[in-house]
Design a protein around this ligand. Structure first.
Ligand code: NAD
Length: 349
C-alpha cells in the first residue's frame, strides 16, 4: 500500500491511498488537529476522478474542524473518502487496506461512518486499527447518531423560533421538512410531539406515507417543498439546496435543519439575510451527531449526561450566534464562522 502526500494549502496533512492488491483508491484529509485528533467520517462514492474526490475530502474535512469546534469537542477536523461504488467496489480487502492507512496516521485521524458506509464496515476497518468509531458493539459503541442529531436540530429550531418569532413555542407552527431519512423522521417525531404542523417531502414514497400516517404531515412533491407555505424550512436531505434558484422561492421566515453544507455558496447566506430569512448555520444545528460519535472516541463513561450537557452548550452557541447576528444585522453564517475561528485561535494561543 502506498501513502502519497498531497499538497493541500490550509490542511495539516493529506494523503492519497493507493493499494493495488485490494484496489483501494482513497484519501485521508486532516484539516486541523489544533483542538485534538481529527475526527470525521469515511465516505465512499463513485467520484469522477481523483481531483473530484480530493475537492470533496478537503471541503468536508474543513467543515469537520468547524463542526467539532462549534460543538465544543476536543477534536479536530478530518475526513476520508474511498473512490468507488459501495454496491460494487466495497470488499473486506478494501476496508482492511483503508484500516491500515488509518493506523499509519498514528491517531492523527479517527474515522467513522458517512455516506456509503455501515456499522459492519466500521467493524471490518476496526480489525486493522483502533482509531475507528461508529461501531455497533463494544464498551463505548455509540450506535446510530441520528436520534441525537435530530434532538440537536429540534433544539436549534426552538432557538431559531425564539429569535424569529419571539417565542420558542412550536404549537401550531408549520415546519417544512426536506428528507425523511434517519434524521428527518426522528425530527418529525419531535416536532409533532411539540405541536408543530408538518409539510414533508422525500424522493422516496415510503417515508412520506409514514410521515402522513404517523404525524399527520402534509406531503408535497420534491420541488414543491421550496415554495411550501410554512414558518420554518428544515433541510434534512442533501447539500447545496439553498442557492440562487431556491432562495427566491422560499415562503418561510427561517431555515433550521440538519443537512450538511446547505448553502451552495457563502453568498447564499447573505442572500437569505437580505430576504429576511433567519438561517441557523447547519454545522451548528447538526452537531448532535458528532457529539454522539465523540463519546466513543473519547471513551465517555457517563454518556447520557455528557451528551445532554454538550447539546445544551451547542444550543447556547446557536443562541449566541443568532444574538450577535441580530445585533450586527448580518448573516448568522458569517458570525458562526467567526465564533469558531475565535475558539480555534484561543486553542492555538
Ligand atoms: P439518510 O440517507 O438516512 O436520509 C436522507 C433522506 O433524504 C432519504 O430519505 C432520501 O430519500 C432523501 N432525499 C434525498 N434527496 C432528496 C431530495 N432531493 N429531496 C427530498 N428528499 C431527498 O440521511 P440522514 O442520515 O438522515 O442525513 C440527512 C442529512 O443530515 C445529510 O445531509 C447528512 O449529511 C446530515 N447529517 C446527518 C447526521 C446523522 O446523524 N445521520 C449527522 C449530521 C448531519
Amino acid at each position: 500500500m502506498k501513502l502519497i502526500p498531497v499538497d493541500a494549502p490550509g490542511h495539516e496533512q493529506v494523503v492519497r491511498i493507493e493499494d493495488s492488491e485490494s484496489g483501494l483508491s482513497g484519501i485521508i484529509a486532516v484539516h486541523s488537529t489544533q483542538l485534538g485528533p481529527a475526527a470525521g467520517g469515511l465516505r465512499m462514492r463513485p467520484y469522477d476522478g481523483f481531483e473530484a474526490a480530493l475537492e470533496d475530502a478537503l471541503r468536508l474535512s474543513r467543515g469537520m474542524t468547524f463542526k467539532n469546534a462549534a460543538a465544543g469537542l476536543p477534536l479536530g477536523g478530518g475526513k476520508a473518502v474511498i473512490i468507488g461504488d459501495p454496491a460494487r467496489d466495497k470488499s473486506p480487502e478494501v476496508l482492511h487496506a483503508f484500516g491500515r492507512a488509518v493506523e499509519a496516521m498514528q491517531g492523527q485521524y479517527w474515522t467513522a461512518e458517512d455516506m456509503g458506509m455501515t456499522p459492519r464496515d466500521m467493524a471490518e476497518i476496526g480489525t486493522q486499527t483502533d482509531y475507528v468509531a461508529g461501531l455497533a458493539d463494544g464498551a463505548y459503541a455509540s450506535g446510530d447518531p441520528s436520534p441525537i442529531t435530530a434532538r440537536g436540530i429540534f433544539n436549534a429550531i426552538h432557538t431559531t423560533a425564539r429569535h424569529r418569532f419571539g417565542s420558542a413555542d412550536l404549537t401550531g407552527r408549520r415546519v417544512a421538512i426536506q428528507g425523511l431519512g434517519h434524521v428527518g423522521l426522528h425530527l418529525c417525531r419531535f416536532l409533532h410531539g411539540a405541536g408543530a404542523r408538518l409539510v414533508v417531502t422525500d424522493v422516496s414514497d415510503a417515508p412520506m406515507r409514514q410521515a402522513v400516517e404517523m404525524f399527520g404531515a402534509q406531503a408535497v412533491a420534491t420541488d414543491a417543498i421550496y415554495g411550501a407555505e410554512a414558518d420554518i424550512f428544515a433541510p434534512c436531505a442533501i447539500g447545496a439546496i439553498l442557492n440562487e434558484i431556491t432562495i427566491p422561492q422560499l415562503q418561510v421566515s427561517a431555515v433550521a435543519g440538519g443537512a450538511n453544507n446547505q448553502l451552495a455558496t457563502a453568498d447564499d447566506g447573505q442572500r437569505l439575510h437580505e430576504c429576511g430569512i433567519l438561517y441557523a448555520p447547519d454545522f451548528v444545528a447538526n452537531g448532535g451527531g458528532i457529539i454522539n460519535v465523540a463519546t466513543e472516541i473519547l471513551r465517555i463513561g457517563n454518556r447520557e449526561i455528557w451528551v445532554g450537557e454538550k447539546l445544551e452548550a451547542l444550543d447556547d452557541t446557536m443562541d449566541r450566534i443568532l444574538t450577535r447576528a441580530r445585533q450586527l444585522s448580518v448573516s448568522p453564517n458569517g458570525v458562526a464562522e467567526a465564533i469558531v475561528t475565535e475558539r480555534l485561535q484561543k486553542a492555538a494561543a
